[in-house]
Write a protein that binds this ligand. Structure first.
Ligand SMILES: [Zn+2]
Length: 362
């Protein structure tokens, strides 16, 4: 019902097995991209080819992406956007695309007052803030400086977003909230994708046993109060929280008053590099586990690993000493959350998914 295809688990330096950040989310209201490091269009296409080759009914298609949610302006998280827009243009995209990201009020003012100029070091503005990059990208569209499709460039100044976060997208089937995270002086977000609470399952056989015919069952099912007698308990909202780069010092996470099924959290470093993690605006696997435990998530996916680690088992162990359902992710992994609350982590095998973890609703 919500499934996340993780297509990049390296930190800034990619390795032979791990690409820079980017994930493809399929939800009830469509497909979305969270972060878009370089080479994302090839990653999406080759993953889609693999899904097709195993006969999967789920796919990752670039043409289906409705919106891109960028966590922050570091290039390993966003340098793939402009080439991807060009590829979308070349394959004839006509539908509108939204691109969301964090910025600051001062960066927005800079772009307005001094278009085309890069902020200097004493401006207090990160030189490749998304406001600066968006401004540049807009001028470097497809043929004749424009794409054949509309791009909605949507920026939120983080200095105007409170601890409660901000609703950035909402329809009947999925909402997206953004929360300010803590990544040095770079405006940064985590995004929470959640489905609404649904009515309980309708028990047709009970209605038939009460003597109702098809016509009457249809009418009852449509009416909330009439159908209550035949419905099971409401089915809770399902959600996944995806952070970009951040330390564990995130007030919004500490105050989060919504349930989270899955959290994807960076874990660039291990315990031995805790001081470095904090001073570089990053987290250790243990930091990520502390956050997952605090917010009451059911599953933690660890990602954004430093290239110094080939074997990640000790990061997993350090996280599991705090929070048992901690899992180091690989490129190509799929995490799915079902309506009944069960969570499944699967890894690409030769010709099928290999089940790595299955967490049932307690
Ligand atoms: Zn970063």
């Amino acid at each position: 019902m919500i499934s996340l295809h993780v297509l990049g688990t390296a930190s800034a330096k990619p390795t032979t097995d791990r690409n820079v950040s980017g994930s493809f989310l399929n939800g009830p209201s469509g497909s979305f991209l969270i972060d878009c490091g370089e080479g994302m269009q090839q990653r999406i296409a080759s993953h889609d080819r693999w899904l097709r080759s195993i006969g999967s009914n789920e796919r990752t298609k670039m043409s289906k992406i409705k919106a891109i949610y960028l966590t922050h302006a570091h290039l390993d998280h966003c340098w793939g956007v402009l080439p991807m827009l060009h590829s979308m243009d070349k394959i004839g995209r006509k539908s509108r695309l939204e691109i969301h990201g964090p910025t600051s009020t001062s960066a927005l003012n800079w772009v307005k007052d001094r278009p085309g100029e890069v902020p200097d070091s004493d401006s207090g503005i990160y030189p490749s803030d998304l406001a600066i990059q968006f401004d540049w990208w807009k001028k470097h569209g497809g043929k004749n400086g424009a794409f054949q499709f509309e791009v909605d460039w949507i920026l939120y100044p983080v200095d105007q977003v409170g601890i409660e976060g901000i609703l950035v997208s909402d329809d009947d089937e999925m909402s997206v909230h953004a929360y300010v995270t803590n990544h040095l002086d770079v405006p940064s977000f985590a995004y929470l994708f959640s489905t609404p609470e649904l009515q309980g399952k309708f028990d047709r056989s009970a209605a038939i046993a009460d003597g109702h015919d098809e016509e009457s069952i249809r009418k009852i099912a449509l009416d909330i109060s009439d159908s209550a007698k035949y419905r099971g308990p409401n089915r809770p909202s399902r959600s996944i929280l995806i952070s970009g780069d951040t330390t564990s010092d995130v007030p919004s996470f500490l105050e989060l008053n919504t349930s989270v099924d899955v959290i994807i959290h960076e874990s660039t470093f291990d315990d031995s590099l805790q001081t470095k993690a904090t001073s570089y605006g990053h987290s250790t696997a243990r930091d990520a586990a502390i956050i997952a435990s605090h917010i009451g998530a059911k599953f933690l996916g660890l990602t954004h690993f430093s290239s110094r680690f080939q074997d990640l088992s000790h990061l997993e162990e350090e996280a599991r000493s705090v929070y048992n359902q901690s899992h180091a992710l690989n490129d190509g992994d799929r995490i799915s959350i079902e309506l009944d609350g069960s969570i499944h982590l699967e890894r690409k095998g030769l010709e099928e998914w290999i089940s790595i973890a299955h967490v049932m609703e307690s």
